[in-house]
Design a protein around this ligand. Structure first.
Ligand code: DGY
Length: 329
């Protein structure tokens, strides 16, 4: 019997590769080179791919790889997929929701606290040997407990951050989302729905957790930053491109807002050079979901999706389930 052929586009846990080998002929990438233009040639003759956010799956790629049936992203975000193009070609796309929610929320909260309490700035100050004495105003930041936590994008991760803020830190939680949560969910989280403008004006600490799309491109630019409190912090764990990084650098430099924490960047792994020169921004390399347990769970869920999709089963987290009935028997 002919086994399906799959490509694992980047290095992942060897155990997950072994599991895939039980079902498929697997072409893996142990050197972890980003394939770029080499992706389409490597996908020839393959029915499935386990991808990461580094691979763009669009109409041109799909046209060049007509045998492809499933793309299983090892990420909850899937802005690297053109879902309409996948659906038009009957290609199933899957992602890895839920398994990373709490880990990512932990990191978002930590990044928000690091900005508010100037932790990275303090660490750099100490390492430079500049800590000579105690001073009443040395590296004073703003409180997190009791402050107003603003959340833009109230999906699973946004709600997990809201719980941390409300239950753990006594924060007032306000949010804006494309669709308002049901009243019971708002009550359980103690979260109040605001317009985006009200959210910008009221948040002491604004955390971005919305998906990236043409609609959310530069959702936070100079105009939005101007509406925030000068004492506010901004944390982005969602996607680069949601924040206009150039405008943010100007706002941080001019004290338009107090601090920022960024885990994602427009054009990453490149980082806007002005951000690198500023003391009041904490910069991390897209690691919000990076714990061993969570990355394992993400890899396994992506593998589950690929296995189920190519062996006639029910993939656990399809993005475009409408293509499932179109699979060849
Ligand atoms: C996600 O899951 O979307 C993360 O950003 C990838 O690490």
């Amino acid at each position: 019997m002919n086994r399906p052929h799959v490509l694992v586009t980047r290095a992942i846990f060897p155990e997950t590769i072994e599991r895939l080998r039980e079902h498929f002929e697997v072409d893996d990438n142990p050197t972890d080179a980003v394939l770029g233009a080499g992706l389409a040639p490597r996908l020839q003759g393959k029915q499935g791919a386990l991808t990461t956010g580094s691979e763009r799956i669009d109409a041109a790629l799909l046209a060049a790889c007509p045998g492809l049936r499933v793309v299983a992203n090892m990420a909850v975000g899937y802005n690297n997929f053109d879902i309409a193009a996948c659906t038009a070609r009957g290609v199933l796309a899957t992602n890895t929701p839920d398994v990373l929610t709490e880990t990512t929320a932990d990191f978002g909260f930590a990044l928000m606290m690091a900005g508010a309490r100037r932790m990275a700035e303090g660490e750099r100050f100490l390492r430079r040997g500049e800590w000579k004495k105690w001073s009443y105003d040395m590296l004073t930041g703003s409180d997190v407990h009791g402050a107003t936590l603003g959340i833009l994008g109230m999906g699973r991760i946004g709600q997990a951050i809201a719980r941390r803020g409300a239950l753990g830190f006594g924060m007032k939680v306000v949010y804006h989302n494309r669709s308002r949560l049901p009243a019971a969910a708002e009550a359980a989280l103690g979260a109040r729905y605001l317009t985006k403008g009200e959210l910008l004006a009221q948040a002491d600490h604004l955390v971005l957790v919305l998906p990236y799309s043409a609609e959310s491109h530069h959702a936070i630019g100079a105009g939005e930053l101007a509406q925030m409190k000068p004492t506010a912090t901004l944390t982005n764990i969602a996607r680069g491109g949601i924040v206009d990084d150039a405008a943010l650098a100007v706002a941080l430099r001019d004290g338009r807002i107090a601090a920022a924490g960024l885990d994602v960047f427009e054009g990453e792994p490149a980082v806007h050079p002005d951000l690198l020169t500023l003391p009041n921004v904490v910069l991390t390399p897209h690691i919000a979901s990076a714990t061993v347990a969570t990355r394992r769970a993400m890899a396994e869920l992506a593998a589950d999706n690929l296995i189920e999709a190519l062996t006639g089963g029910v993939p656990p987290s399809p993005i475009n389930p409408q293509v499932l009935p179109l699979r060849p028997a």
